[in-house]
Design a protein around this ligand. Structure first.
Ligand code: C2O
Ligand code: CU
Length: 465
């Protein structure tokens, strides 16, 4: 049993510095160049036991945070000094196919690969994580995940909390061995829910906050656990808060709620006002019985905010604007263009009966470049939930049927790149398949399911069939 719940301060991953900037002779644009070393490091989680051996970007977990500005291109060199093949996916970026972290495009130990990132999308909280074929769960779980925040000058006039009041919170759920080392998920074929909740790498941390507004960028990096988050005072009264952004950046308007559902790879940003809680605690909790996940003693706790008495600055502490931005939803169209069943047959995870190892059959769709299509995603596996991620595109969730939930209020105001299919749920999503041609993956983001081939591909093409 972990003894120090809410005893250790929340770490904030350091911001990645560029190596240098150079000018592209052809375009005249400046390009920032970064280098990341993937290497082993040790983390003492249980005092008196062995430290856990992890392998992370620059020897950290989460990796350093990239803070990029819309309109400035970047190249990131990832050097593999770890012990397994790796591939890096920038989740949320419309990267060209060769830089999208295709699962079989692995960088071997001792090699490096340069990834080009256009940074041309609207401001959003992205994350970079491993995507190596059949090893993604292990690599991500042992540390290869980090924030990549694309800032957009268009957000500057909104008066949102910024600087030290804009905080990334990367959630994860893990399991340790009796000797203090991290349990290896390599033999799991179902899910690894984990009994230890981490935020930014630290189990159950606390954070000192001022009695004012904060923006939290919440990301679920867990390999199998989804959360239903509440913020509660010491009497277990739930605080209201506002959801302001999703996977692809700001929503049309803030949505007030007192609970937030977040599954693997999703990003939701919230604004919380601590001004009424001077000198008190506010605890971030997780519900019991979220989806099909297993509960343990303390998986209903996430972290604690310890509210002080002094406000240093009123910057970004005003009223939230009633509208945040004009989200470019795709034009509505009727009908369903393609249907995909996320299922399980004789213990094998599949998409429409196909596995990612089935190389000849795994391209399940060929959208014309620029076409707007409606895809139906169905959970036909029985007792599991599946967060489905479609690479390259931003999509709008149109419907959710078959289970207990409809489209959630905050999902309605957002464009997404991951959507959770709860038990028996069927979701329709609409997206424009652009801007590039190429073969891209779509898959379940329960990384155990992904590694066991619940992954397929689509080929965006400008050629007629
Ligand atoms: Cu976040 Cu295909 O992955
Ligand atoms: Cu799944």
């Amino acid at each position: 049993v972990y003894k120090g719940i809410f005893q250790t301060e929340l770490p904030i991953p350091e911001v990645k510095a560029k190596t240098y900037t150079y000018r592209n002779e052809t375009t005249g644009n400046e390009i920032d160049f970064y280098e990341v070393d993937v290497r082993p490091f040790y983390q003492q989680v249980y005092p008196g036991l062995k430290p856990a051996r992890l392998v992370g970007y620059d020897g950290m977990s989460p990796g350093p945070t990239f803070k990029m500005t819309r309109g400035r291109e970047a190249i990131v060199r990832f050097k593999n000094h770890g012990d397994k093949d790796l591939s890096v996916h920038l989740h949320g970026s419309f990267s060209r196919a060769p830089f999208d972290g295709w699962a079989e495009d692995t960088t071997k130990v001792g090699q490096y690969k340069d990834y080009y990132y256009p940074n041309k999308q609207s401001g959003r909280t992205m994350w970079y994580h491993d995507h190596a074929v059949h090893h993604t769960a292990e690599n991500a779980y042992f540390g290869q995940a980090g924030f990549y925040i694309l800032t957009d000058p268009a957000e500057n006039g909104l008066g949102l909390p910024s600087g030290p009041y804009d905080v990334p919170l990367g959630l994860a759920s893990k399991q340790y061995n009796r000797d203090g080392t991290l349990f290896d998920p390599k033999d799991e074929t179902d899910s690894l829910y984990g009994d230890v909740i981490h935020v930014n790498g630290q189990p159950w941390p606390f954070m000192n906050v001022e009695p004012r507004k904060y923006r939290f960028r919440i990301l679920d990096t867990s390999i199998s656990r989804a959360f239903k988050i509440t913020l509660e005072d010491d009497r277990s009264t739930k605080l209201p808060f506002h959801v302001i952004a999703a996977d692809t950046g700001l929503m049309t308007k803030p949505v007030k709620t007192d609970n937030l559902e977040i599954s693997m790879a999703e990003r939701w940003e919230i604004v919380v006002d601590f001004s009424a809680y001077k000198g008190k605690n506010v605890t971030m909790k997780n519900a019991r019985d979220v989806q099909a996940d297993e509960d343990y003693n303390s998986t209903n706790k996430i972290m604690r905010f310890v509210v002080g008495s002094k406000v240093t600055t009123q910057d970004g502490n005003g009223e939230l604007p009633s509208s945040l931005r004009t989200v470019q939803f795709p034009p509505r169209k009727n009908g369903i263009d393609k249907s995909f069943k996320f299922g399980r047959t004789n213990g094998q995870w599949m998409v429409n009966g196909v596995t990612f190892s089935d190389v000849k059959n795994r391209i399940l769709a060929k959208p014309q470049r620029g076409a707007v299509e409606v895809w139906e995603l169905e959970n036909s596996s029985g007792g599991w939930s599946h967060p489905v991620h479609i690479h390259l595109v931003d999509f709008q969730i149109l419907t959710r049927t078959g289970g207990k939930r409809g489209v959630l209020p905050y999902e309605k105001e957002a464009m997404k790149d991951v959507v959770l299919l709860g038990r028996n749920e069927k979701v329709t999503v609409i997206a424009r398949y652009a801007p590039y041609d190429g073969v891209y993956m779509f898959h379940c983001h329960n990384l155990i399911h992904e590694d066991h081939d619940m992954m397929a591909a689509f080929n965006v093409t400008s050629l007629a069939d």
